[in-house]
Design a binder for this molecule. Structure first.
Ligand code: SIN
Ligand code: MN
Length: 266
């Protein structure tokens, strides 16, 4: 499989439109990165519904909606370069739709099967169109053995290719576990990979990558001794809010006020 480091100088909007993902032209500042990492560690030790564990284990798999209860995470949502990137790629004012940190513990972090995020947002939440963007911030170095995100480059232009299932009615936990509800079958992903080459999204801690709601993506188990934590900020166009979301607010933010960029002080 071809491997592409994120900082390949390929630009932003045109690369994003063509491939469905791109590297950001900036990194998170080391001080902010350190404080986000320490908040993530502190939140991971708390017991609350937003903290999700690997099945049958006490290894933390993900944290959700941290911007709603942690001020460093809330400040990150307003980070000027991040907001500018989201607005540039979506093309209009945006609000924060979803905030999550996926943590793959050393040797224990489990896979994410092939899927398209827009399948969840459309079928579960009623998001009208894929006019949103995921901004991924590496909190750890992401390398080939700790379960990097793998995207099928250009597959965002195909629309939804998976099960086409209507609203599942499933418990939201099946949207955040290694056994997902709306997947792209392995054989479909394999066939798509012929024309849409798989790319591992690698990079150091602090690297930032954007990817499209419809891009087909997955990530494998963490087989290494290194943790892989990646923070995902999903911004949605302010004119594209789901009318009647039902999932918990820590998975689907109800406040659709466009984000105003602000520099974090302290
Ligand atoms: C996702 O698909 O939402 C996350 C995948 C990952 O954390 O590797
Ligand atoms: Mn996803």
């Amino acid at each position: 499989m071809a491997v592409t480091a994120p900082h390949d100088g390929s630009g932003t909007r045109s690369a994003y439109e063509q491939r469905g993902w791109c590297a950001a032209p900036f990194e998170l500042e080391p001080e902010l990165l350190a404080s986000v990492r320490s908040r993530v560690e502190a939140i991971s030790r708390t017991a609350r519904p937003e903290v999700v564990y690997e099945e049958g284990s006490d290894t933390v798999r993900a944290l959700h909606g941290c911007h709603r209860y942690d001020e460093v995470c809330a400040a990150l949502v307003r980070h000027p370069a991040v907001v500018r990137l989201a607005e540039e790629l979506v093309g209009e004012p945006v609000y924060l739709y979803q905030f999550k940190v996926n943590i793959k513990g050393p040797r224990e972090g489990q896979e994410w099967p092939w899927h398209q995020d827009f399948a969840f947002w459309a079928h579960e939440d009623g998001m009208p169109e894929p006019r949103a963007v995921n901004i991924a911030v590496n909190l750890d170095e992401v390398h080939p053995a700790n379960g990097p995100l793998t995207v099928l480059s250009g597959s965002h232009r195909l629309g939804l290719v998976g099960d086409g299932a209507a609203e599942s009615g499933d418990d939201w936990r099946s949207h955040v576990s290694a056994r997902l509800t709306h997947t792209v079958p392995e054989e479909v992903a394999r066939a798509l990979a012929v024309e849409h080459p798989p790319r591992q999204v690698l990079g150091g801690a602090g690297a930032v990558t954007a990817f499209h709601p419809s891009i087909v993506h997955a990530s494998s188990n963490n087989t290494s001794a290194d943790r892989r934590a990646v923070l995902f900020l999903t911004y949605n166009a302010a004119t594209n809010a789901p009318a009647h979301p039902k999932r918990p607010a820590f998975l689907v933010e109800r406040d659709t006020t466009p984000v105003r960029a602000a520099v974090h002080t302290g």
